[in-house]
Design a protein. Structure first.
Lengths: 387, 387
């Protein structure tokens, strides 16, 4: 049976990997929607290959270009934020939510509210609006299938299990490129050092998040929303080789783990094929070749981001959205050479401390928190730069 | 709801661990049957505590003792092989098959034929009569719940998955106490060295099997019967710490693993509570404390037992029963100081080479193969001793 896929963020890394899998198993899928942020040429090329009903470019100024690029194909060309939401409301068996950043929030929520199962690769939307999103999924009956390798691992370890029989969820963390570096040396690291992730090839933003361990903190927030076992039952374990993607310990002290090569097509395929599995062209795990796996407790003195995230989700309300927005601004400032590496997490902390607590009850609230937190972070960045 | 448990082999290690768990969760269980091989005093003590309908002592000469020990309790006292089979046919929600050795085969088969779910800790019965046993389970609808930590791990990793979507099953092996020893040095090891297992506290027989890696070979045969993915899809991986109890790799190259402390109550509880889980008093796994896990490919030159087992199950029929019987005799001879450590596996190989191939179609056939293989092994042992 052919399943219908709507793919949001087709030209990014997760989008390309998704289409690689769909391409290899063409009989199983028909693509209804393809979207991209601003790369009209690539979107049009993919649309000509996968023949969706509609292709959407988020950047409204490029609507004309897209219309032109798809002329004669019969594929509708749309543009802008509202068009993304409309596309997310179209009937589909699965929505792959792979837009990066807060821009993915509105279409992802629209798909969930329409009751469509969502493969969620858009971390920021769950971090910023996790309570609204999981409440909407409960109401509509949509299943959220996590694509992040750690959360997908947990999801797999919970298959056949019951969440009320979970004793602990253990999120593994590579520890990033500065795992063994002293705090003093970290004050002098460059953007080039920070984006060189030891295990995964990723974008600059998430590589820096991995280096600060903010990425693991954001994943802690995600895990809290996806797997409601209680915050004190979710732990972080540093595992430099990133072979074990996460673990679930049950009340009988039996622990299940999911392992794999560092290839995003593995968790993507898991979400695409769920509750079945599909063959992938990924490399099987060779544990004898890897020879050794290491583990250590996280050091929250040198890496304070995870404790900050834990406090933010414990306080709840707008805190995680404030944290996420401030972090995006601070990481961009670090990558631009404007602030130091330790100033990233300092900025986030200071934004949270300076913003009022509140409980967002709508996407509008979330966007407004996001905007004011970004502005506050920008001010702090300017102060650092001129300090 | 109270579930009814029949426990075969109550005074052994698995039996005691089972009763420890039942004792802690008394509301959940009523015990219908308790059996022991020859320890009347301990059996009577346990019977007075757990109040089964019937207690059976395998050694018929001790029937009178047991009757006397249970006088006035209202608990029926029985003895002998036929009484064990009759007890296995009594209605129960679960039979724990924890008799050691071929003596466990007849009652285990009787329970399976009666359609009762069996928690199987009796490795030898599955090795010797795996085809008869799994055929009987398919016919009666009984589920075989493996208690061996490796097979229980695989069983857990298959929950929620489909066996036709399995790419590989990876049985982990500690490698035993002689993992890094040269072949020459192995020729001189003593029984005391062989029974000192690095990770698990076990009986002498299974400790020697672990040292020769025959234990892993027997587990390969077990796994082949329990998880019919094809023999070439079952691999062995040496993992000295025995923290990962086994792994299942799916067609998408996602690998699930079960991990735990070396406490048999974990897999026993898994079988008892299946498809749910029950709390245990076991130590949670502390990976940060363990710090490091190692893996290496098995060395089938220094440890030829696993290849021998693979060949035996590939040929099928009576071969695994011949192998198991010869191994029991050879291990006993080694423990008695009559043959060298390398002579254990040599004896097994020579027994198999000297016995005719055949396909057993009944338990009677199995017992007859077992007896003739033991006799052949005994002859070889005598020759070694006088060589």
């Amino acid at each position: 049976m052919t399943r219908r896929l709507s793919l949001f963020g087709a030209t990014g890394s997760v989008g390309q990997s998704t289409l690689d899998l769909v391409r290899r198993d063409g009989e199983a899928w028909s693509v209804g929607v393809l979207t991209a942020n601003s790369d009209v040429a690539e979107l049009a090329k993919l649309a000509r290959e996968f023949r969706p009903d509609v292709a959407v470019i988020a950047d409204e100024t490029r609507h004309g270009e897209l219309v032109e690029a798809l002329a004669g194909t019969g594929i509708a060309a749309a543009a802008g934020a509202d068009a993304l939401v409309e596309a997310a409301q179209r009937p589909a068996d699965l929505v792959m939510a792979a837009i990066v950043g807060i821009a993915g929030l509105a279409p992802t929520m629209a798909a969930i509210e329409a009751g469509t199962d969502v493969a969620l690769a858009n971390k920021e939307s769950l971090v910023s609006a996790g309570e609204l999103m999981t409440a909407a999924a409960r109401k509509s009956g949509a299943t959220i299938l996590p694509v992040d390798s750690e959360h997908n691992a947990i999801f797999q370890c919970l298959a056949g299990g019951r969440i009320d029989q979970v004793r602990r969820i253990i999120l593994t963390a590579s520890g990033g490129p500065f795992r063994t570096m002293s705090g003093d040396d970290m004050a002098r690291v460059t953007p080039a050092q920070a984006v060189a992730h030891p295990n995964w090839s990723m974008g600059a933003k998430i590589s820096v998040d991995s280096a600060t361990m903010m990425n693991k903190g954001l994943e802690l927030i995600e895990a809290h929303h996806l797997f409601p076992v209680g915050l004190d039952r979710i732990e972080i374990l540093v595992h430099p080789q990133s072979v074990i993607h996460s673990l679930v310990e049950y009340i009988d002290c039996s622990t299940l783990a999911q392992l794999g090569s560092p290839d995003m097509r593995i968790p993507i395929s898991s979400a695409l094929a769920w509750p079945q599995r599909m063959a992938t062209p990924c490399a099987p795990l060779d544990l004898a070749g890897i020879a050794r796996l290491d583990f250590q407790a996280p050091d929250e003195v040198r890496f304070p981001a995870t404790a900050l995230c834990r406090a933010a989700i414990a306080e709840g309300g707008a805190r995680p959205a404030q944290l996420n927005a401030a972090n995006e601004v601070a990481v961009a400032a670090f990558l631009a050479g404007r602030i130091s590496f330790p100033a990233i997490v300092d900025t986030v902390r200071r934004v949270i401390d300076g913003q009022p607590p509140m409980v967002p009850t709508s996407l509008h609230d979330i966007f407004s928190v996001d905007a004011s937190s970004r502005a506050a972070a920008q001010l702090l960045v300017d102060q650092y730069e001129h300090a």
